[in-house]
Design a protein around this ligand. Sequence first.
Ligand code: ZN
Length: 160
Amino acid sequence: MKLPPTTGERAASDDAFWSGQSVSRDELLQAARAVATRAHSPYSGVCVGAVLLDREGRTFSGCNVENASYGLTVCAERNAIGRAVADGAGELVAVAIATNQDRVLTPCGACRQVLMEFAPDLVVVCVGSGAEALEWRMGELLPSAFNKADLPGEAQGDQP
Ligand code: ZN
């Protein structure tokens, strides 16, 4: 089992995973940086872009959309999931998340749960305004996750 990185330690890139993809890690991070520039974040000033990659090499992007009522704000990751579902994405294999902040930020708890729903083995690579990117598997970001297998009458592998 791979342990999550400690603070300040760079997580290694899963080169074996990325070498099998039609979109490179850098390309996915660049796409996430591009969509982050479209964020609607007049309140926090934190611009986030998320780009999901499916098994067929298709990408699905989202940015954070804040609201004056604050609680209606939707994160970039969940907006990207919405686009992926609506566009008929295949199995989701990776997500790149970029922000305009100095340090690398990771998905919030709500987004971790939503990503886990669709991609329990997702590769998650995050980058801030600098060059450093950190990478995890979904299970490292949300260990012992609640999922459909925990619902009565549901078995692992059934369609939601
Ligand atoms: Zn979130």
